[in-house]
Design a protein around this ligand. Structure first.
Ligand code: 4LI
Ligand code: NI
Length: 188
């Protein structure tokens, strides 16, 4: 299983690389990687597992964060979160997006970033995505709200982009044109 000690932190060059496309059928290694990414996010939202393994909670994690520069990530929102999304995304892409933007009013956090970096991270409010599952079947989804934010955050990791690259360096809390604030807490 993936532990915090397996997660690389900002400054590691893999986080700045463009990750490689994954081929199908999946190798045993890539299947295990994808499943372990999902296992991490599920465990990281479980009080007992957090305590036992000293996990940091997250809703998403991407393969480059465990030093595997491959185009795979997992996103999981517990049913209690009010969101309904649990996906392994392989070779994911955004096929269309809203003009409207959105940002988390509390800012974004990242398992690879051990400090709190204040500021608004502008994202698309709504996206239509395509990705492949473990079996190599392509699927299409429309996402909004927190799932849309998380998807864009994780897709950035596959392109060597960190969330703070998007923060306005002159004024981290500058108003974002045409954007809605997302104020609801993820863990509630
Ligand atoms: C416990 C159990 C306040 C501060 C509010 C915690 C279950 C920040 C928000 C969680 C913030 C769960 C999260 C992300 C933020 C902040 C990610 C807690 C896990 C909140 C997820 C990828 C950005 C996603 C909303 C600096 C590791 N996650 N909070 N951002 N939660 N979590 N991101 N922002 N301010 N990061 O971090 O998984 S997109 Cl679910
Ligand atoms: Ni991250």
């Amino acid at each position: 299983m993936i532990l915090m000690s397996d997660i690389i932190r900002e400054g590691h060059p893999t986080l700045r690389q463009r990750a490689e496309q994954v081929e199908f059928p999946l190798t045993e290694e890539n299947r295990k990687l994808a499943e372990e990414l999902m296992e991490y996010v599920v465990n990281s939202q479980d009080e007992e597992m957090i305590e036992k393994y000293d996990l940091r909670p997250g809703v998403g994690i991407a393969a480059p964060q465990v030093n595997e520069p491959k185009r795979i990530f997992a996103i999981h929102f517990d049913e209690e979160s009010g969101e309904d999304l649990s996906i392994i995304a392989i070779n994911p892409k955004i096929v269309s997006h809203s003009v409207e933007k959105a940002y988390l009013a509390s800012g974004e956090g990242c398992l690879s970033v051990d400090r709190s970096i204040p500021g608004y991270v502008p994202r698309y409010a709504r996206i239509t995505i395509k990705a492949f599952d473990l079996e190599g079947n392509e699927y299409k989804l429309r996402l909004k709200g927190l799932p849309a934010i998380a998807f864009q955050h994780e897709l950035d990791h596959l392109n060597g982009v960190m969330f703070y690259d998007h923060i306005n360096s002159d004024n981290p809390f500058a108003e974002i044109e045409n954007a809605v604030a997302i104020t609801r807490d993820i863990a509630e």
